[in-house]
Design a protein around this ligand. Structure first.
Ligand code: 13P
Length: 255
């Protein structure tokens, strides 16, 4: 059984170095260097704070929120996957809906980044999901299919299996609304059916959008998702640890 994966997306938070240092100190205190058996976490602070987050507890690793596909060169303002790898980053979020909405990312720009991130040995976490308008127009499955197909297109089976998909409906982000457990399970099945026979069980699929400790079971564990992508609640180390504990217990009972 794949371990539960908690991914924390800090977005453009917090602001000061002091807050980042405090976060780390609290996280270390709360985990007490614990190694979870069935759960692992990746935290994605802003680029400015990545290098400050070097003392994470054992089950935690670093993720980036975005990255540039070329190795290096005359690309003012960009941070490349090669630089991220060198900093000790293990995962990179790609195509987050905020990047699609505010920074013109498309399925095509995401596909180029998936390919490059894999070359630089980063695990891409490809964010997919429909807007409220697409949902209301009955286009959810069509949108998801285009996003998934574009991300895996041209990759070998081995490469494709390294991708992690995060289903994050745009309308659920920061809104307190979530799809029902049953809907999430159906979406997971739809996504799995889009993937090749053999990759189906290997590719991890996360849920994101208004996740908190009190709904973790409903939106992730019960529908059989492989983990969560969490925004606001990941800014509290206490909440992160609570969710890791809850997942660990759930997996323990299932064994
Ligand atoms: P919230 O958990 O704050 O809804 O954000 C979800 C998200 O966008 C994570 O990438």
């Amino acid at each position: 059984m794949k371990p539960f994966l908690f991914v924390g997306n800090f977005k453009a938070n917090p602001v000061t170095r002091e807050e980042v240092e405090q976060y780390q100190a609290l996280l270390l205190r709360e985990t007490g260097e614990k190694r979870w058996q069935h759960a692992e976490a990746a935290l994605a602070p802003s680029f400015a704070h990545l290098a400050l987050m070097e003392s994470l507890p054992p089950s935690f690793s670093l993720a980036a929120q975005h990255g540039f596909p070329e190795k290096n060169g005359p690309y003012t303002g960009e941070v490349t996957f090669a630089m991220l790898k060198d900093l000790g980053v293990g995962y990179v979020l790609l195509g987050h809906s905020e990047r699609r909405e505010y920074f013109h990312e498309t399925n095509d720009t995401v596909a180029v980044r998936v390919d490059s991130a894999l070359k630089f040995l980063l695990r891409p976490i490809v964010c997919i999901g429909e807007t409220k308008e697409e949902l209301d127009a009955g286009k959810r499955n069509e949108v998801l299919a285009a996003q998934v197909r574009s991300a895996v297109q041209g990759l070998s089976k081995m490469q494709a299996e390294k991708i992690i998909f995060a289903y994050e409906p745009r309308w659920a982000i920061g809104s307190g609304m979530t799809p029902t457990s049953k809907e999430i399970q159906e979406i997971k099945d739809t996504l799995r059916s889009l993937l090749g026979e053999t990759s189906r069980e290997r590719i991890r699929i996360l849920y994101g959008g208004s996740v908190k400790d009190s709904n973790l079971e409903e939106v992730c564990l019960a529908p059989g998702m492989d983990g969560v992508l969490v925004g606001k609640e990941s800014l509290s180390p206490y909440e992160v640890v609570k969710m890791m504990e809850r997942a660990e217990k759930y997996y323990d009972h299932k064994q």
